[in-house]
Design a protein around this ligand. Structure first.
Ligand SMILES: NC(=O)C1=CN([C@@H]2O[C@H](COP(=O)(O)OP(=O)(O)OC[C@H]3O[C@@H](n4cnc5c(N)ncnc54)[C@H](O)[C@@H]3O)[C@@H](O)[C@H]2O)C=CC1
Ligand SMILES: O=C([O-])CC(=O)C(=O)O
Length: 314
């Protein structure tokens, strides 16, 4: 009898998609189907086979296949969408909006037909707007359409705090609210190291520098790479969200969710603290914000809204 494992599709077999596929398999979260365009079918099959051949060495049991046909991905539990173009130095994520909106829409039309019960996680940028595009194209309930930004942005923020204090990353807690752009809002007041507020440990001007570096963290990597954007930490972030859902862990993680009145915003997809479990986004946590935090969040929301307007023509 065939082994029954969860089925995870990763659409887009580029840097983020391929890295995510390997990390998912290494954690034995399920069988992975990697989908890319027909012109890249053989390289996609080749990447998948190469990953599979690492499994005896690393000792993971998970099948990995490459394809350009959505039929092969039918009935997926989770679909992760990384399809699209990435930015280069000098570009903002928002410059990708028109190209990637077309790609995400066509991908979602296929996903809707072949994996109607899937929970879908978006990575393609500008990700808040792309999550909105996916929600429209899929017609799935809001708990099953989720964007990835906050886990990554928080990971960068926590990395810089750990470096600053020379402490283990394991003891750093914090999170980042808002859109996945340079106006994102790292919440200093809710950040701590081993339970100690970071404001008691790090001078204010150093905290400001950490916040600024977090906001432009994606661009820092883009400038260093020269011809593409980050993929190891983004892939790790997608895997953490997938694990929370497939194992129904009920983790509290920041994710891009449809806001319908939460934080005072309506019909907007943006990063907020969520409870991620077997049904996807099971809850949105609304925190009390100080006036200056709310002003910063409003600015971020306005940036996201202006990009969504480009795709809705509104
Ligand atoms: N939300 C986030 O935190 C992050 C978002 N990103 C975004 O993720 C996207 C992917 O980045 P990379 O993997 O580095 O780019 P990449 O260029 O390495 O890979 C993209 C892949 O998508 C494929 N693709 C294009 N159209 C497709 C379609 N219609 N169907 C299936 N596959 C298609 C391409 O052939 C390519 O293999 C970019 O938009 C990037 O900006 C990247 C990192 C973090
Ligand atoms: O910066 C980019 O274009 C890719 C991305 O979203 C990130 O790494 O945060």
């Amino acid at each position: 009898m065939a082994i029954q494992r969860k089925k995870i599709t990763v659409v887009g077999a580029g840097f983020t998609g391929a890295t995510t596929a390997l990390m998912l398999a290494q954690k034995e979260l399920g069988d992975v189907v990697l989908v890319d365009i027909p012109q890249l079918e053989n390289p996609t099959k080749g990447k998948a086979l190469d990953m599979l051949e690492a499994s005896p060495v690393q000792g993971f049991d998970a099948n990995i296949t490459g394809t350009s046909s959505y039929e092969d991905s039918a009935g997926s539990d989770i679909v992760i969408i990384t399809a699209g173009i990435a930015r280069k130095p000098g570009m903002s994520r928002d410059d990708l909006v028109n190209t990637n909106a077309g790609i995400v829409k066509s991908v979602c039309e296929n996903v809707k037909q072949t994996s109607p019960d899937a929970i879908v996680i978006l990575l393609s940028n500008p990700v808040d707007a792309m999550t909105y595009v996916a929600y429209q194209a899929l017609g799935f309930p809001k708990n099953r359409v989720i964007g990835q930004s906050g886990v990554l942005d928080t990971a960068r923020y926590c990395t810089f705090i750990a470096q600053e204090l020379n402490v283990s990353v394991e003891d750093v807690r914090g999170f980042v609210l808002g859109g996945h752009g340079d106006d994102m809002v790292p919440l200093v007041r809710y950040s701590n190291v081993g339970g100690i507020p970071i404001e008691k440990l790090i001078p204010a001007e150093r905290i400001e520098a950490i916040v600024a570096r977090t906001r432009t963290g994606g661009g820092e990597i883009v400038n260093l790479l020269g011809n593409g954007s980050a993929y190891y930490a983004p892939a790790a972030s997608l895997v953490q969200m997938t694990e929370a859902i497939l194992k129904d862990k009920k983790r509290i993680l920041p994710a891009i969710a449809l806001l319908q009145g939460e934080y005072g915003y309506d019909n907007l997809f943006m990063g907020v603290p969520t409870l991620l479990g077997g049904s996807g986004i099971e809850k949105i946590f609304e925190l009390e914000l100080l006036p200056e935090e709310k002003t910063a969040l409003d600015k971020s929301a306005e940036s996201v809204r202006s990009v969504i307007k480009v795709v809705t023509g509104g």
